[in-house]
Design a protein around this ligand. Structure first.
Ligand code: AKB
Length: 316
């Protein structure tokens, strides 16, 4: 079997995705690319930066790679701290992977984001095809990336597939430098300190998804028959929508002593530029996407799994 390469393998998505890919296809068939290689993992692990095309090319050849999940990238808040770096990693890194995927005839997955939308986009049930005028550098790179993906499909026939990820909630890896990531930090706050200071204000409804659904959808899209893929920019991809106070109420059902205060900062502006809900009917129709986790189920699993993880970290 040709191998599967995952860049950004230790990130929020990668940490869960590689486990599922390993379970489905065998650990020896999933190659991890990361900046650090000191971790003990039972997968082949290579050190590299997605901006270094020749190292990437060597790894793709060495393992006879047939599929790439290119997850490495900067998020919205990190992108505003260093916009040139966000462009360099998110766009130049993507172009390297696109070129190599063409040369080595790989199928490619690349995540876009709800950050492609902006203040001029309809905010409720945002359609698949709509106004795209993002106001963050992250959103600009995601929009340019979507168009590049479609271009490589049209020009070179590259089988590239993409999803516009909403805020993803996961426990295996620590949250990255994003805006929807409050919804992950809040669980660490609840379990470590019984309190959390939220950087978004009450009423900030955003599209969100539990990681298990995101991984199922990502692999589902990659396994779909090519004839079923009608979108080669990126699919709208949606599960649940909630505001911080709704998540707080849900956590309080398990931990009545939990307290959340609200101190909105610069990240509020980013959240305000994004939709409240997404219409993902095209993904549901084309390749059968459906989600399983609602807010209560996601909260129960997050508290349980993160508690286990934190107590393992404490004891060892
Ligand atoms: C972020 O908030 O930057 C990301 C995203 C929605 O793409 N989680």
């Amino acid at each position: 079997m040709k191998k599967i390469l995952v860049t950004g393998a230790f990130g929020l998505v990668g940490s869960d995705l590689v486990v599922e890919l390993g379970r489905k296809y065998g650990h020896d068939n999933v190659v991890l690319l990361a900046h650090e290689t000191k971790r003990q993992v039972d997968f082949p692990l290579e050190k590299g930066d997605v901006r270094d095309k020749s190292t990437l090319a060597k790894i793709i050849k060495k393992y006879n790679v047939g599929q790439i999940y290119h997850l490495a990238g900067l998020l919205s808040v990190g992108g505003e701290k260093n916009p040139p770096l966000a462009w360099d990693i998110n766009i130049n890194g993507l172009r390297n992977v696109l070129d190599l995927a063409v040369n080595h005839k790989c199928r490619l997955f690349w995540p876009s984001s709800i950050a492609v939308f902006g203040p001029t986009t309809p905010r409720d049930k945002t359609p698949q095809h709509t106004v795209l005028e993002p106001t963050t550098m992250y959103g600009v790179t995601k929009l340019a990336g979507e168009l590049l993906c479609q271009y490589y499909f049209l020009k070179y026939g590259l089988d590239v597939r993409s999803l516009r990820y909403p805020g993803l909630i996961a426990y295996k890896a620590p949250p990255g430098d994003g805006t929807t990531e409050y919804s992950v930090h809040i669980f660490y706050g609840a379990l470590k300190n019984k309190s959390y200071s939220c950087f978004l204000k009450k009423g900030t409804v955003l599209p969100m998804m539990f990681i298990t659904d995101a991984v199922t959808g990502t692999i589902g899209l990659m396994e779909a028959d090519p004839g079923k893929i009608s979108v080669r920019t990126s699919y709208n991809f949606s599960a649940i929508n909630f505001a911080p106070e709704e998540l707080v109420l849900e956590i309080k059902k398990h931990m009545p002593e939990f307290k959340c205060s609200y101190k909105p900062d610069h990240r509020q502006k980013i959240a305000d530029s994004w939709p409240k809900s997404i219409d993902d009917a095209v993904a549901r129709k084309d390749w059968g996407w459906r989600h399983e986790y609602n807010l209560p189920r996601m909260t129960t699993v997050m508290l349980e799994k993160l508690k286990e993880k934190l107590s393992r970290m404490k004891s060892g």
